[in-house]
Ligand binder design. Structure first.
Ligand code: 5GP
Ligand code: ZN
Length: 114
């Protein structure tokens, strides 16, 4: 996707601080962190958001979660805990339309929305 910021990060057209990468997933530090650990986890396949998941591409959800597990371990927050957040669509505040999960941790997180 030509105009997708996260596709550009995958293709190294934009710089990022990569935390984890394999054949199907990439993770990098958020440019505007809201917690001491704030990592964005994305599939290398361009999928706009949860609304575009299908039987054929939904394997990325498992890949993202397995990557989250490895990243939390690598960054030393697996035991203390962390939160995975996905924003889908405008009402949820999604600003980059390439499926992504925020991995947040490194401190006691605030009130839960749900
Ligand atoms: P959303 O609001 O769509 O759930 O999350 C998008 C996230 O991507 C935001 O937290 C924003 O700070 C981050 N972001 C946007 N552009 C870039 C970028 O070019 N590099 C990095 N590392 N993060 C970005
Ligand atoms: Zn993309």
């Amino acid at each position: 996707m030509e105009d997708c910021v996260f596709c550009k990060i995958i293709n190294r057209q934009l710089p990022s601080k990569i935390v984890y990468e394999d054949e199907k997933v990439m993770a990098f530090y958020d440019i505007n962190p809201v917690t001491p650990v704030h990592v964005i986890i994305i599939p290398k396949l361009h999928i706009a958001n949860v609304n575009e998941l299908t039987e054929d591409n939904s394997y990325v959800m498992a890949d993202i979660h397995l990557a989250a597990q490895k990243i939390a371990d690598k960054l030393g927050i697996a035991k203390e805990g962390y939160r995975l957040i996905n924003n889908c669509g405008e009402d949820a505040g999604q600003t980059v339309f390439h499926l992504h999960y925020h991995l947040l941790g490194g401190r006691r997180l605030g009130a839960k929305i749900i």
